[in-house]
Design a protein around this ligand. Structure first.
Ligand SMILES: [Zn+2]
Ligand SMILES: [Zn+2]
Length: 433
């Protein structure tokens, strides 16, 4: 359950938000949400039944692009492979606001018992897999299409421009391919016009439907891939002194890495994690191999800590290996930066969330260790990313199947709330001077 952590900082955060202007469009947005919600549910079920993996979202992208064109928007397609960018210029001059939805499904075989459950199969990194919207991105696409329709009908009242960013491959591009928000930015999706702020949301199993979780500052972790190759010298398992044992060196490195977060960094400041997820080496019980390979993930909530961890991992692995006469080659590949909710923007927009969901339904989002591609957009404009509870009422979110589970199930009550959340955030942002 999203805990209502009313900490000191959060109280300040509530009380400072007195300069907020409610958009005169708020009532109209709520009325129009009722008109689009039936379509949003229909779209969501259709996307759910036809999920597509990252960089392969061609069907989804076509439905999105056709919809935006029908609404009279300027539409750019094939951005970062399958991304779609729609531009809605309002009838009055003003700022530019970006709204983002991710479109990709996951290599998960669905086990949810709904009539529109996915039966799709695909090849993923050379393997036959089931495909499922196990992270709920089907909801995000449908919600943003609903917001597009709603705003297109209110175009004349709109003081500024809304940029709709439908992005591929949030979960990461297939091996050997580029993709996602970083590639969209590279291909100019965030330019001409550049948004003055960007908003995104995620349906989340760890809250009941109706709840919104939001956090100021670092919200979701950075994610890096760690690869270490330990080279020793092959020998007989009974004659270890005849070689250099990379299995023992690797074991020491795994333990050494665990002391970085727990013994070397100030754990009171910010959490961090180094996980070794795979170790491969050797072919036979009585041969000490030449080489062992190790892979893992690094998570942090602070770019300086991230850099420091990289430095210490290299030092730890190389020094341990050197002490045994082996070598360790450390390669760290950054995937996602920390997702940071701009504190000023978050403070200003909090009253909007409280109005949309009800004050007692908005609570401080605990830190989230998974990473988000949204972070690349939020590096270029003040960003705010919110979590919508998606677990049906009466079910304990603590035990509900998490995002990415084959049993991840979304209460569709989240859809109208999602439309109202994004539309009101955009309208209120454009209205503020
Ligand atoms: Zn996900
Ligand atoms: Zn996701």
């Amino acid at each position: 359950m999203i805990k209502k952590l009313i900490c000191g900082a959060f109280l300040v955060f509530f009380s400072l938000a007195g300069t907020h202007a409610q958009s005169p469009m708020a009532a109209e947005i709520d009325r129009r949400t009722q008109l689009v919600v039936e379509n949003v549910v229909r779209w969501r079920r259709d996307f759910h039944e036809h999920p597509e993996l990252g960089n392969r979202e061609t069907r989804t992208a076509k439905i999105v692009a056709d919809h935006l064109r029908k609404l009279g928007m300027e539409v750019r397609t094939d951005v970062a492979h399958t991304g779609v960018v729609g531009l809605l210029r309002g009838g009055k001059p003003g700022k530019v606001v970006g709204l983002r939805a991710d479109m990709d499904g996951l290599p998960v075989t669905e086990q949810v018992n709904v009539p529109f459950a996915s039966k799709v199969k695909a090849t993923y990194n050379g393997q036959e897999v089931g495909v499922m919207h196990a992270c709920g991105h089907d909801n995000h696409v449908a919600i943003l299409m609903g917001v597009a329709e709603l705003f297109a009908g209110m175009k004349d009242q709109l003081p500024g421009t809304v940029k709709f960013l439908f992005q591929p491959a949030e979960e990461g591009a297939p091996i050997g391919e580029e993709g996602g928000a970083a590639l969209m930015v590279k291909e100019g999706a965030f330019d001409n016009p550049k948004p003055d702020a960007v908003f995104g949301l995620h349906v989340w199993a760890s809250g009941n439907v109706g709840h919104i979780g939001v956090r100021s500052g670092a919200t979701m972790a950075s994610s890096d891939v760690l690869r270490i190759t330990v080279r020793g010298k092959q020998t007989h398992g009974a004659v270890p002194w005849g070689g250099i044992d990379p299995v023992v060196v690797t074991s020491q490195i795994v333990l050494g890495l665990q002391t970085i977060a727990s013994r070397q960094l100030d754990v009171t400041k910010t959490p961090s994690i180094i996980t070794v997820g795979s170790i491969h080496g050797g072919v036979r019980y009585n041969i000490i191999p030449d080489e062992v390979q190790l892979e893992g993930t690094i998570r942090t909530f602070n770019a300086d800590v991230q850099r420091e961890i990289h430095r210490r991992i290299k030092l730890t692995a190389e020094s341990i290996a050197a002490s045994a006469g082996a070598t360790a080659n450390v390669v760290i590949t950054p995937l996602y930066p920390v997702t940071i909710n701009d504190p000023k923007l978050t403070e200003t927009m909090l009253p909007t969330l409280r109005r949309v969901a009800g004050a007692d339904m908005v609570s401080e989002q605990p830190l989230v260790m998974p990473a988000e591609d949204f972070s690349f957009f939020a590096q270029r404009a003040p960003g705010m990313f919110v979590f919508l509870g998606a677990t049906r009422k009466g079910v304990d979110p603590a035990t509900a199947p998490a995002n990415h589970s084959p049993l991840f199930d979304v209460d569709e009550g989240v859809l109208p709330l999602g439309v109202r959340t994004l539309a009101n955030l955009a309208a209120d942002f454009l209205t503020q001077r």
